[in-house]
Ligand binder design. Sequence first.
Ligand code: PAF
Length: 271
Amino acid sequence: MKIFKNRKNLIENISGLKKIAFVPTMGALHKGHINLINKAKKKTNKVLISIYINPKQFSSKRDFRKYPRKLNKDIETLKNLRIDYLYIPNYKDIFLYKPKNKIYLDNFSKILCGKFRPFHFKGVVNIVNRFLEIIKPKFLYLGMKDFQQLSLIQSHITQNKIKTKIIKCPTIREKNGIAISSRNVLLDKNQIQNAAKIYKFIKKNKKLIFYKILNKKRHEVVSELTQLGASKIEYIECVNLDKQNICKSPTAKFNVFVAYYIGKVRLIDNL
Ligand code: PAF
C-alpha cells in the first residue's frame, strides 16, 4: 500500500489512472467502512482511501476533540485489505489546495442535521469536493446511513458536472440493529442496549411515528425515546426519500430520520 501525506506526490502517482474507486473516511475504520471498501475492490483494481478528520464539519470543538483516532490500527486494516493507495493529508495539505468548483448546497441542507449543525454540510461538501478535484475518481463510495450527506454530495456533483459516479451502499447494522458508526465505541454496554431499543422502537413504529408527527404529537414520540434511554432528541422527522423533503403523505416512500444523544454521544440513523 502506498501512503501519501502530500497531495502533489499523490497526484504524480495516480494521474494516469482512469478507474479509481475512492472511499473517503475520517478513520476509526469499522465494518461499515470495510463494506464500502470491499464493494470498491470488486469494482476496480485501484482503490484509494482517505483518512482525514475534517475540523470544518464539526459544530463543536469538543466533538472534534473526542472523535476517535486510530491511525495505526487503520493502516494495518487497510494493508490487510490490500488497498492500493491511502491519502492522509494534514490541514495545510488539503486546505491550501485551491478548488475550482463552487460549493453547492440545495434546500435539503436546511433540515435535519443541517438545521442543528450550522456549517456541517458546507464543511463536508468542501472537503469532499477537494478530494474529488485532486483524485478525480471514477467512483465514490458513500453509505446510506448518512443519507443527507450522500444526497447533498450528489447535488454538488451534478451542479458542477463532476465526472464521478456515487455508489450508494446500504447501512450496515450490528446484530442488535444499531447502525455501525465510529461513535459507537464511545458507548458503554448499557448505552448500547438503549440504542438497540431505540432502533427497535423506530423500526416497529414507523407509520405510527409518521402520524404522530403529522398530528402535532411529536412530543409523545420524544417522550417514548427518552424513556428508552435517549438523553436528548435533536430531531425526529419523516423524510420523503424521492422528494427529499418532510413527508406529508403516508403512501410516499419515507424513512424516519433521527438524531439523538445517549449520554454525550450523538447518534444518527434513518430507517
Ligand atoms: O462520512 C464521513 O466520514 C465524512 O463526512 C466524509 C465523507 C469522510 C467527509 O469528511
